[in-house]
Design a protein around this ligand. Structure first.
Ligand code: ACK
Length: 223
């Protein structure tokens, strides 16, 4: 009989260590608390609430995901294209269960998601599958995404609004980066953590003055 094929996970990625998760959650929650009190944010509140005068508590608005992580390859238990090939890569096998440090350089907030942009190092890029940035991107946005550097989609989902899936974080991040590239940044506000910019339709981007680093383990997740 043939040996059974090893099962493929839901996804591979860097998982924040539990104590790091707490630290990042606290720091990023503080940002959310400040954001919903800013005049600039209140001016665009209807993009979150559907009504002009209504207030929003962003801490309640976004639900926390289970484990904070940065996805490298979404495998969908082998159903996703290239899943098996990725799992078999030498670099994936060698990196598995190893520690690594991620660098968060920006935070993003949209009516759908709250996320952290991750700047991948050259070594980390070896674990980033070719074409991962483009997966599931709307055809209209594809040319803009192709013009961005590889790895632009790398992120940690920090929260999703009701009924929204985490996959949206990467897509919203790409949209924001494409708008920035076209020079479509609106209002800018200086905050303690960095410079906050508005990019229309409820999209906010905080460029951190100092990157936030987090210790992780490269691993896989299956529900
Ligand atoms: O925040 P994320 O990267 O977005 O973490 C979750 C993780 O996989 C488990 O769901 C991401 N994810 C889900 N579907 C896809 C997809 N089609 N392409 C890329 N990433 C995905 C999701």
């Amino acid at each position: 009989t043939k040996p059974k094929e090893p099962e493929l996970p839901l996804f591979f990625g860097w998982f924040l260590l539990p104590e790091e998760e707490e630290r990042i959650k606290c720091a990023t929650m503080d940002f959310l608390k400040t954001l919903d009190t800013l005049e600039a944010f209140k001016e665009h509140i209807s993009e979150f609430t559907g009504e002009a005068e209504k207030e929003v508590d962003l801490e309640q608005y976004f639900q926390n995901p289970l484990r904070l992580h940065c996805t490298t390859k979404f495998c969908d238990y082998g159903k996703a294209e290239g899943a098996k090939e990725y799992a078999e890569l030498q670099v994936v096998k060698e990196s598995f269960a190893k520690s690594d440090e991620l660098s968060v350089t920006a935070l993003i907030v949209t009516p759908r998601i709250f996320g952290a942009r991750v700047a991948l190092t050259e070594t980390q890029m070896k674990l980033w599958p070719e074409g991962a940035d483009k997966e599931g991107v709307a055809p209209a946005l594809l040319p803009n995404v192709e013009a961005l550097p590889a790895g632009s989609r790398a992120h940690v989902t920090l929260g999703c609004s009701a009924g929204v899936e985490a996959v949206q974080t990467g897509l919203d991040l790409l949209e924001i980066l494409a708008l920035q590239k076209e020079g479509k940044e609106g209002t800018q506000v200086e905050m303690d953590l960095g410079t906050l910019s508005y990019l229309s339709e409820g999209r906010w981007f905080l460029a951190l003055r100092e990157p936030i680093t987090a210790d992780t383990t490269f691993s896989s997740f299956s529900d």
